[in-house]
Write a protein that binds this ligand. Structure first.
Ligand code: TXA
Ligand code: MG
Length: 356
């Protein structure tokens, strides 16, 4: 299959191109498109065959459910069987935006889209191309991140082409995404809303609108945790670069001296992920600046790209600083810990303490 790539203006996409992409989706084809979080791989969310095609193109296990993307508030009630008041409040506050909510599914939603579950994930993305495409496709676009299963989510159309070129019909190239990490997922099927995946909408932001929000206990612990994460996709090892990745936590000078010493002692061809404030601390190794602690959005935006780039370089191991920044830190560290397979060392002047 030949995959066509068409550039679109992210603010004012050409209507002819959108119509063409919408037709592909209505005919059961697959179109990758930009959203404000990451690129999505779209299919018709109400069509079982089209969801099956998405799983095949990504090489994704078919028990890992897809998110249905909508463009109008009233369409929520077509795919969700019950919408609690808390969800309406959150939708008004954060949609369109990087928030996905989980509801009991309406009968019309096929099990192929929900990975066999009785619940459905729904999001209204905040991106002119995504919204126009959803409308042109008839309103309900199932879209996982447009990477091959196990690879970092794409933040550029080139990443989509790298992973899925030849396996899908069309890629709409709207340039770089805005956030760089996938949406926050909140489950509204239980007695208390629960965060299943941290994202740009933080718990604090949610609590400004609804009183109670829990964290999925399966999120916080490592891979051997007794309670598995509730979102099926959070259970898989994800985002892993080819070279082993180790996170080093501590005061900046202690972190730098630990990393520099390890590289020298082991004679490694190392990659280093550091923030702009610290890049000068690493004389050896291939240092990638992923953004500034002063502007934490820049760290979120460049994390996946940096992980992808390391796969093109000749490194045998990667060290990363920890990025526990105030707003996005929870989401950034959730992804980074997964990429590292939860390999963390905590360092201090007194010596190194393995953190797990
Ligand atoms: O930002 C995003 O959410 C992006 C863009 C394209 O919108 N999409 C995205 O989709 O990240 P995906 O498929 O890569 O991740 C969806 C996550 C998976 O971890 C999946 O297991 C979880 O959502 N999920 C979907 N439906 C669910 C459900 N009914 N119950 C629990 N988890 C669900
Ligand atoms: Mg994904």
């Amino acid at each position: 299959m030949e995959t066509e790539l068409i550039r679109v203006d992210p603010r004012e996409p050409d209507q002819g191109v959108i119509e063409k992409a919408g037709r592909i989706l209505r005919d059961g084809g697959l179109v990758a498109f930009p959203t404000e979080t990451v690129y999505g791989l779209g299919g018709n969310g109400l069509d079982a065959a089209s969801s099956a095609k998405i799983y095949r193109a990504k090489g994704r296990p078919s028990d890992n459910p897809l998110i249905i993307h909508i463009a109008r508030m009233q369409d929520l009630d077509r795919v969700a069987a019950q919408v609690p008041e808390a969800a309406r409040i959150l939708a008004r506050a954060f949609w369109p935006g990087p928030l996905t909510m989980i509801f009991p599914k309406a009968r019309e939603v096929p099990y192929e889209t929900t990975g066999g579950l009785e619940s459905v994930a729904v999001r209204m993305p905040d991106h002119p191309v995504a919204l126009a495409l959803i409308r042109a496709a008839g309103g309900f676009v199932a879209a996982p991140s447009a990477n091959r299963s196990g690879r970092p989510s794409p933040t550029l159309a080139a990443h989509v082409a790298e992973d899925l070129g030849g396996g899908i019909d069309l890629i709409l190239d709207g340039g770089m995404v805005g956030i760089g990490l996938e949406s926050t997922i909140v489950d509204l099927t239980g007695p208390t809303p629960m965060i299943l995946r941290p994202g740009a909408v933080s718990r604090k932001m949610l609590r400004a609108h609804i009183k109670e929000v829990e964290m999925d206990p399966g999120l916080e612990e490592g891979e051997e945790s007794k309670t598995p994460p509730k979102a099926p996709g959070m259970r898989y090892r994800h985002y892993a670069p080819q070279a082993p990745l180790m996170i080093v936590e501590g005061e900046r000078m202690d972190v730098a001296s630990y990393i520099n010493r390890s590289i020298r002692e082991k004679g490694q061809q190392a990659g280093i992920l550091a923030c702009a404030e610290n890049v000068g601390l690493y004389p050896d190794g291939l240092v990638k600046c992923i953004g500034s602690r002063e502007k934490e959005e820049t760290i979120a935006l460049h994390l996946y790209q940096a992980l992808r780039e390391f796969d093109q370089e000749d490194v045998t191991c990667i060290y990363s600083e920890a990025f526990d920044t105030p707003r996005m830190g929870h989401a950034i560290m959730n992804r980074l810990l997964k990429a590292a397979g939860h390999q963390v060392v905590k360092v201090s002047e007194g010596g190194d303490i393995p953190a797990n």
